[in-house]
Design a protein around this ligand. Structure first.
Ligand SMILES: Cc1ncc(COP(=O)(O)O)c(C=O)c1O
Ligand SMILES: NCC(=O)CCC(=O)O
Length: 430
């Protein structure tokens, strides 16, 4: 069993200087019993090495951006090369044009693109653009989906589909929440009801086309098509938050995989090859609402920085190789089949949602198709599972709502080793 003495020591030092000891609340272990977050020393391929010298098979994958494994040689080389040529210009560079063209080739619906620095910024801006384009203010989003931490998306559902939201974070004014309606995912009746109630006020419907934020949850057949139909009939735009999904399940977005096209798309995570990035894009006519062509303002000192552009191009160059997604799918299938067999063998109440190389384990009897289902799963069982894994060398996110992400660097031996560790956890800790 691993010891985490150095992590524990660093926790104390960290908590005295970094707020809460973490630079993002999702990194704290509050939801899994409150232990000291493991402090990582380095990451390479499919592995993490912590400050106590322990080695982990990594399925956190930095919450999604890492799809080629850590320190991938091609991305590493691109970053090193670019750093010698300057990492921030504050001017246009050929790299950003090349990268935008590369993204557009993979996601042709993005007729115009802008780079920003995070998924939060990307989503925040698509909302502004939808509002500018439609001259309306209200946004509909889906319960349990996460769209970053801008005010508008830190709003929880009201008590019914016709209810306005309530702030989900201190510091978000009620006036902001008044413009957000939250309805259950996969529930067209609730969406329709919101449009009936707030007719002519809705600027856009914001959706994760395949949910990644209350586990992996796919839309029911026809759901996204209907979202488009209802929104467009009512003069509203459809915004896909593809911050997790783009380049995760195939080379392109969920919009290509599912063959449904939104009006605007927000990107992040994978497209930066591990460096900070976001991007948004959509139909030319709509995107032309943005400065310098249009009246909606969006800007950024770091936007399109050459380092992220070089890393992003290199990452897509890896992903566009033949067989990458088939390989992720195969490994995903092998791992999930193995997990399901162990769940059955040890009589664990759990079920798994998988899409290609991403999946989530829900500790509960029922299949999860919307947020309440995920919320009702057993958090204590998840905490036991998580703590069992990190003691034995498998790293996942410390939350029952997060997914496991397989990378091109994981080997079949890693999958087998992971299954052995999971078996040990089920046998001894449950
Ligand atoms: C779907 C989705 N949108 C937006 C974001 C926010 O991205 P970032 O953390 O880069 O600001 C996330 C982050 O997890 C996400 O999962
Ligand atoms: N699925 C949610 C995240 O990935 C959030 C990561 C973070 O904000 O640290």
């Amino acid at each position: 069993m691993f010891k985490h003495e150095n992590s524990e020591k660093l926790r104390q030092r960290s908590e005295n200087i970094i707020l809460g000891g973490v630079n993002s609340p999702s990194r704290s272990y509050k939801a899994v019993g409150g232990g000291a977050p493991i402090v990582m020393d380095r990451a390479e391929g499919a592995y993490f090495y912590d400050v106590d010298g322990n080695k982990y098979i990594d399925f956190l994958s930095a919450y999604g951006p890492i799809i080629t494994g850590h320190a991938h040689p091609h991305i590493h080389e691109a970053i090193v090369k670019q750093s010698a040529r300057g990492i921030l210009y504050g001017t246009t560079s050929p790299l950003e044009i090349e990268f935008a063209e590369k993204i557009q080739k993979a996601m042709p619906n993005l007729e115009r693109i802008r780079f920003v620095n995070s998924g939060t910024e990307a989503v925040m801006t698509t909302i502004r653009v939808a509002r500018a384009y439609t001259s309306r203010n209200k946004i509909i989003k889906f319960e349990g989906c996460y769209h970053g931490h801008s005010d508008l998306v830190l709003v929880a559902a009201g008590s019914g589909p016709s209810q306005l939201g309530t702030p989900d974070s201190a510091g978000v004014p009620q006036a902001v929440a008044d413009d957000v309606i939250t309805v259950p995912f996969n529930n067209l009746e609730a969406l329709q009801a919101a449009f009936v109630h707030f007719k002519d006020e809705i600027a856009g419907v914001l959706v994760e086309p395949i949910v990644g934020n209350f586990g992996i949850v796919e839309p029911h057949a026809g759901f996204l098509e209907k979202v488009n139909e209802i929104a467009h009939t009512n003069g509203a735009l459809v915004i896909y938050d593809e911050v997790i999904t783009a380049f995760r399940f195939m080379y392109g977005g969920a919009q290509d995989l599912l063959n449904v096209q939104p009006d605007l798309t927000a990107l992040g995570k994978i497209i930066g090859g591990g460096t900070p990035i976001g991007a948004y894009g959509g139909k030319k006519e709509i995107m032309e609402s943005v400065a310098p062509l249009g009246p909606a303002y969006q800007a950024g000192t770091m936007a399109g920085n050459p380092l992220s552009m070089a890393a992003g191009i290199a990452c897509l160059e890896v992903l566009e190789q033949d067989g990458v997604y088939e390989d992720l799918d195969k490994k995903g299938e092998m791992l999930v089949d193995g997990l399901n067999a162990l769940i059955e063998k040890y009589g664990i109440k759990a079920n798994i949602n998988r899409k290609i190389g991403a999946f989530s384990i829900f500790f509960g009897e029922d299949e999860v198709t919307e947020y309440t289902g995920a919320e009702n799963t057993d958090g204590e069982a998840f905490a036991t599972f998580f703590n069992g894994l990190i003691k034995r060398g498998v790293m996942i996110a410390p939350s029952k709502y997060e997914a496991w992400f397989i990378t091109t660097a994981h080997t079949y031996e890693d999958i087998e080793a992971t299954l052995k560790i999971v078996e040990d956890v089920f046998k001894n800790d449950f």
